[in-house]
Ligand binder design. Structure first.
Ligand code: GTP
Ligand code: MG
Length: 389
């Protein structure tokens, strides 16, 4: 696996993971517009994003919202993107992020058992998840908000995939607490999706932002408790970020459908019926950029830690020197390589003149400045650090 800053989403099928990635990358491009920094994708990622955008455009142009119009994932995929300064040559290092997407159904061990592809690829997914700086937990807001009767409320935890989400959150947290990851930055983003109806800050008239937050906090406390339990030797930042990926739809009605679960017990499925708010509809993501902001913040704060350590090392601290030697891979390896000039130094031999090298250094400086600027972007009013302990 190449060195990169990793992110993983953990959420059941149809919650909106793939649409979320598309919105995150679109908003990142908006944030970068005119900055001289570009979001560069490898070919496979570019093709995939292009397909997602086309599907989304088609869904919108149908003018009638069809919840089934975007097919779910059939296989795993890593979105590989890089922040790069304009004028970068092929050999200049950018800042690479790798976001994992996979069919949400795979979180369920029973589903994995029945798919050869899942059996083959799940270990790689799990490795990506446990190596991730950021754990992104998408939440289907409507399931929480529209459950009224006891039977509906009973079904909520199942519909949110709690059994599997909690298990993965535990694995991720446990890995964060290992000595080799302990002083890396780590952040959990709890991201309610399909929540347009409850807000009045993106073209809607909803007034339920507070209730949504209260419900999500109550429901996800168990997940946060697990993470805190498993990370006794370190801190993990937790961020609450309700995101509109469409922005231009409203939930008209929630339908609860009776079915039997895998053990034959009666339970309920939820199907939201949405309508475009305006014709023609215009996709208007909201707060998706805060995910990239959090990622940049991780890299910036990691860089600060690395600098402090290097200073300690210069003063002859044996412990720090020892730690540095074990840092060649993972987060610290990527940090050194991309941000501290190691990649440049390695490539210097291939660059012909010192002037080219100086120019490359300048671009790298520009990139670092941009990274700090992205990390320091004003937070969307919806987004907040989770205060409960
Ligand atoms: N109203 C609304 N619908 C959304 C939003 N995000 C996603 N959807 C809808 O939810 C459905 C599922 O979205 P996907 O992004 O494919 O879900 P997924 O989590 O990637 O699903 P799998 O690939 O099966 O795991 C799509 O048909 C979208 O139209 C949102 O913010 N608002
Ligand atoms: Mg998907």
């Amino acid at each position: 696996m190449t060195l990169s800053f990793k992110t993983s989403m953990v959420g059941p099928s149809r919650v909106g993971k793939t649409t979320l990635i598309t919105a995150i990358l679109a908003e990142t491009e908006t944030m970068l517009a005119g900055s001289g920094i570009a979001l560069v994708m490898n070919e496979a990622t570019e093709m995939r994003i292009r397909k997602n955008r086309k599907d989304l455009r088609r869904a919108v142009e149908a003018r009638e919202f069809d919840a089934g119009s975007l097919g779910g994932n059939q296989s795993m995929f890593r979105y590989e993107v890089e922040l790069r300064a304009a004028g970068d040559t092929e050999t200049d290092p950018g800042i690479p992020f790798s976001i994992l997407d996979y069919p949400g159904g795979w979180l369920d061990p029973a589903v994995r058992m029945s798919s050869a592809e899942a059996q083959r690829d799940w270990p790689a997914c799990e490795e990506h998840i446990t190596e991730s700086l950021m754990l992104l937990l998408p939440v289907e807001a409507a399931v929480l908000m529209e459950a009224v009767t006891p039977a509906q409320r009973r079904a909520v935890a199942d519909l949110l995939g709690f059994e599997d989400v909690e298990a993965m959150a535990r694995k991720w947290a446990r890995a964060r607490n290992l000595p080799e990851h302990r002083d890396e930055p780590a952040v959990v983003v709890i991201a309610p999706l399909k929540c347009e109806k409850y807000f009045d800050d993106n073209g809607g008239t909803g007034r339920d932002a507070v209730r949504l937050r209260t419900l999500v906090e109550a429901k996800y406390q168990s997940v946060i408790d697990i993470i805190r339990e498993e990370t006794t030797d370190r801190a993990v930042r937790v961020v609450y970020a309700p995101i509109d990926t469409y922005g231009c739809v409203d939930l008209m009605e929630g339908e609860w459908i009776e079915r039997q679960d895998e053990y034959g017990s009666p339970t309920l499925d939820f199907r939201g019926h949405y309508r475009f708010r305006e014709i023609p509809p215009v996709v208007r993501p909201k707060a998706a950029g805060s995910v990239m902001r959090e990622l940049c913040q991780c890299v910036v704060s990691g860089r600060r830690t690395a600098e402090q350590r290097r200073a300690a090392e210069a003063q002859g601290s044996y412990q720090a020197a020892l730690e540095r030697r074990t840092e060649q891979k993972g987060f610290w390896g990527a940090l050194d390589y991309y941000l501290n000039g190691e990649a440049l130094a390695n490539r210097a031999a291939r660059l012909r003149s010192r002037r080219t090298l100086a120019e490359a250094r300048e671009r790298q400086e520009e990139l670092n400045t941009m990274l700090s600027r992205l990390a320091g972007q004003p937070v969307d009013d919806r987004v907040d650090e989770w205060k409960t302990s």
